[in-house]
Design a protein around this ligand. Sequence first.
Ligand SMILES: C[S@@+](CC[C@H](N)C(=O)[O-])C[C@H]1O[C@@H](n2cnc3c(N)ncnc32)[C@H](O)[C@@H]1O
Length: 309
Amino acid sequence: MQHSALRQAITDGEQHLRPVLAEAQFQRYVEVGLALRAAFRTPALRDVFIDRLKPHRRLVAGTLPAGIQRHGMLPPQTPPRSLADIPDAELAQWLVDDGRLIYGEFTPLELDHYFTAVAPWLPERGQGPGHFIDLGSGLGKVVLTAALALPGMRCSGVELLGYRHEMAQARLQAMLAAGDPQEAGAIAARVQLRQQDMFEADVSDASLVYLYSTCFAPLMERLAEKLARELAPGALVSTTTVPLPHPAFELLQRFDPPSVAWTTVFLYRLRGSSAVAPAPARALYEPDGAAWEAAVRAAFAAHDAEQGA
Ligand SMILES: C[S@@+](CC[C@H](N)C(=O)[O-])C[C@H]1O[C@@H](n2cnc3c(N)ncnc32)[C@H](O)[C@@H]1O
């Protein structure tokens, strides 16, 4: 297969070891996370855990917040604050932050399907090279696959977490080393990986924005507003699982599973300048309270059994 050595360099690493979050910018996240994790693990605090989280369960991807589970990135220490001292608004924001830090990605085959599916909508070559941007680019695999699938197009990734950005850069170097120098040079000139908050990223010249948005539901309105404001008319945006809630975007195609991937992929185009005002906020999926609580209590029991309690 064409580019097979380069493609090989993009695979693996999805089960990577998550380091403990140590950067100062995550201090509040760590503090709240430690308080929640302690409440989850301490039988006397479990009713409080349920009472505090239940009103916000729509912000939790699954039963328990990812950050307090074994694969979370919290350090092994006692919490400096107790859950009772954490205001409700801070807890809700923590859940949003926690969800967006979840790592997930498409398989190489799903990415092949994706680039084949969006190809008919991409700008013609004569209209300039185009710019593909992955917002929340994780380990960089989508950006690097794009560099192979979209010849000539600039391909950028924007990732918040330093360790993921570094893994993406190492992957890019490995990929470049696997190609012949001329091919590697041409790819290196088109690929850019940045450590940055996606809300601060310049997307104004993007022709296709990729969002692996499965865990971004509470962020989607803010993201849609940024994209509607900053992209040029005609620019494309694809999302996974969660639609883009803004009338400035027209839905071009909805790819239901398993046609492209395990989840739905939505492809949108920004309409012309007559964009309408944003639609009122829509309620997110709200899991049933009793079912959620039963699942959490089962998770307590599973935790205790694991500890031999
Ligand atoms: C579900 S992963 C997807 C990774 C990659 N796009 C892929 O599909 O393989 C989402 C990524 O978005 C990153 N992220 C979350 N919030 C972000 C933000 N505000 N700015 C930049 N990256 C962010 C997370 O750290 C995570 O690596």
